[in-house]
Design a protein around this ligand. Structure first.
Ligand code: DI6
Ligand code: FE
Length: 408
């Protein structure tokens, strides 16, 4: 066998559904990489013969390898911060009250309209570095803090540039319908027209987005408006997804699922009929424990129903300045377990296999199997549950991206 690198003295949480052990685990394993792909994976005792003198051999000191983590929902390109609103909320104001009085998303929009691309790029780069340090190898980044053509395009261009210049792969999502901008305060339908008829065509012409998202909520876009945007995006051949059922139940999840959405995200208020619709359409349920925590939500997403109907659960950071200013993958694994009662195995599937499905890249990444892209991490842990159990100890010791070692 001729390989580019071989890993030994490792255990592997493959997360493959084809291995019946918890975490798809293979203990005392070996893994071989060739041309950026996983070429062989299995028990070390079964490793085929290879040229040990010509092949770099990495020893994992008995740690665990997992697929590279995938953060499938972030808003990480933005300027400014909202610490002032954090203080207001501590004095009793609610997230909705702040949004209705012109703060919230709109205050970040102001900062983003003023910032130039270089500034946004540098801020985004630092945040990507923070995620990468904790094993993230693929991230989704949304626009949505521009709410005018120029700024929405600027945010998407910066997100695309980050993907070109950083080892972390970036999937971009156009979220022009994130909030109603002040200029359209009294005519939200006209803003939806702008999103569909002017922004979307430009986004497509410049190939700036892989998917389209909408914030479907009483404080944002109605069900009918949301359906118009998602239908236009779908007709243009883009993936669709939705911020739905975060603060109330408008039925956005079921509508988006029927249109073939890859995921519906937040979903604290999703009911059983909605869950059924997700399972019928193969739509993922994205849980965002950082926002649940930071907004001190009490309405639990319907985890038991999602299990019952076998809806793939995704865990993501929702990293943003208003509702989830926690730029950490491992903290999300922990919060998914502590706050939403996922098992550590479900949480890890939510940032690997299921996150890949939510981004439509499940044939390339998210599990460790021969033929998949060689995106994986080595962790200094003695059981995979440690990834969600403890936080802040720096257990990610190596990252391999497309078969290249990127982080030591
Ligand atoms: N829901 C969220 O949690 C974020 N966007 C959304 O639609 C919050 C965005 C913000 O507050 O800046
Ligand atoms: Fe979000």
């Amino acid at each position: 066998m001729s390989w580019d690198q071989v890993w030994i003295d490792i255990n592997i949480a493959t997360m493959s559904p084809n291995i019946s052990e918890p975490y798809g685990a293979i203990k005392d394993a070996a893994l071989a990489v060739k041309d950026g792909k996983i070429a062989w994976v299995g028990e070390r005792s079964k490793l085929p013969e290879f040229d040990v003198l010509a092949t770099p051999i990495y020893k994992g000191k008995g740690g665990w390898i997992t697929p590279g983590l995938i953060d499938a929902h972030t808003h990480l390109v933005f300027a400014g911060n909202r610490a002032n609103e954090f203080e207001l909320r501590l004095q009793g104001a609610s997230y909705e009250e702040i949004a209705r009085s012109g703060g919230g998303i709109i205050s970040t929009v102001k900062a983003c309209r003023e910032a130039d691309e270089a500034e946004l790029f540098e801020l985004g780069r630092q945040r990507l570095n923070a995620l990468a340090k904790e094993g993230v190898t693929t991230v989704e980044i949304k626009s949505g803090y521009g709410l005018d053509i120029e700024t929405e395009l600027k945010l998407l261009r910066v997100a695309r540039e980050l993907g070109k210049h950083h080892h972390v792969d970036v999937k971009t999502t156009f979220l022009g319908a994130h909030a109603i901008p002040p200029e359209y305060k009294n005519d939200s339908d006209a803003y939806v027209d702008l999103v569909i008829n002017e922004m979307l065509p430009q986004v497509i012409a410049e190939d700036l987005a892989d998917a389209v998202d909408v914030f479907c909520e009483n404080i944002a876009f109605s069900l009918a408006q949301t359906e118009r945007v998602l239908t236009a995006a779908k007709d243009a051949g883009l993936d669709i997804k939705l911020h739905a059922e975060q603060l109330s139940n408008l039925g956005g999840s079921a509508m988006a699922a029927k249109l073939g959405a890859k995921s519906v995200d937040h979903i604290e208020y999703l009911d059983e009929d909605g869950v059924k619709t997700l399972s019928e359409s193969g739509t993922c349920a994205t849980l965002l424990p950082g926002a649940f925590y930071f907004l001190r939500e009490t309405q639990q997403p319907p985890i038991e129903l999602l299990r019952q109907y076998q809806v793939p659960m995704v865990v993501a950071s929702d990293y943003n300045p208003g509702s989830s200013p926690m730029c950490s993958s491992l903290l999300m694994l922990n919060m998914a377990c502590t706050l939403m009662r996922l098992t550590p195995e479900e949480a890890l599937a939510g940032m690997t296999r299921n996150a890949a499905k939510a981004l439509g890249i499940e044939t390339q990444v998210g599990v460790i199997e021969a033929g998949m892209t060689a995106d994986f991490c080595l962790w200094n842990i003695s059981t995979p549950a440690e990834l969600s159990y403890t936080y802040g100890v720096g257990s990610c010791i190596e990252v391999v991206k497309n078969g290249r070692l990127v982080h030591q």
